[in-house]
Design a binder for this molecule. Structure first.
Ligand code: ZN
Length: 209
């Protein structure tokens, strides 16, 4: 039997539709013809007994990828845990810490430099909100002899990052010019004049809100 004839008959043979005589001829041919037996194996989907080398490499690759994937998953899990912790930290900080500002929430630094008086406010572990207003200081004749700036501390939020550090400078501060900063916290009012602390008034608890 010729190869093309065998290959024509193979579908019928696989379905058991060929005669016994044909079967014998086909089987005899398949035993001796590698081309037709390969064709038959492919047609019936029979898996070759020995895996080609490429498949072994693929298998090793898949194992490698699984290991890599596992590492990525572990890293991702850690990232999620850290992110969750940061969120909880921030949320509790915000919900519990958003309140009136105590003078102890802020690190104050003030003084005189060659370019005048300065004042610096740094929140301790959180975020500050201030409101400012400046007015002129006049003598009895109505001459402007300085400025007074009211800084009202509005809110303090504990948080991950220290934000809202503020600084002021006044070059005119000196013997002839008054530069006053009045810091209004919920527990006390602090007045700084020309780089010096001149008063610290406690506010009674009934006035706090
Ligand atoms: Zn053949």
């Amino acid at each position: 039997m010729k190869c093309d004839v065998v290959q024509d008959l193979l579908p019928s043979y696989a379905d058991g539709l060929t005669s016994e005589e044909s079967n014998r001829e086909i089987e005899k041919h398949l035993k001796t013809c590698e081309k037709c037996s390969k064709y038959y194996r492919e047609m019936t989907g029979e898996v070759p007994e020995i895996l080609p080398k490429a498949d072994v490499t693929d298998a090793a690759l898949i194992v490698g990828m699984r290991k890599k994937r596992k590492k990525v998953l572990i890293a991702a899990a850690f990232a999620v845990i850290i992110l969750a912790a940061a969120l909880v930290w921030t949320f509790t900080g915000y919900s519990m810490g958003s309140r009136n500002v105590l003078s102890s929430d802020v690190k104050l630094s003030y003084g005189l430099k060659e370019n005048g008086a300065y004042l610096e406010l740094t929140p301790k572990g959180g975020e500050l909100e201030f409101n400012g207003m400046t007015e002129n200081i006049e003598d009895s004749s109505g001459n402007i002899i300085g400025t007074r700036t009211y800084l009202k501390a509005l809110s303090f939020r504990k948080g991950l990052f220290v934000k809202g550090s503020m600084g002021w400078e006044n070059e005119m501060a000196g013997d002839a010019y008054i530069c006053e900063w009045v810091l209004e916290f919920s527990d006390k009012t602090i007045t700084i004049r020309n780089g010096e602390l001149i008063s610290e008034e406690n506010i009674s608890s009934s006035e706090q809100n």
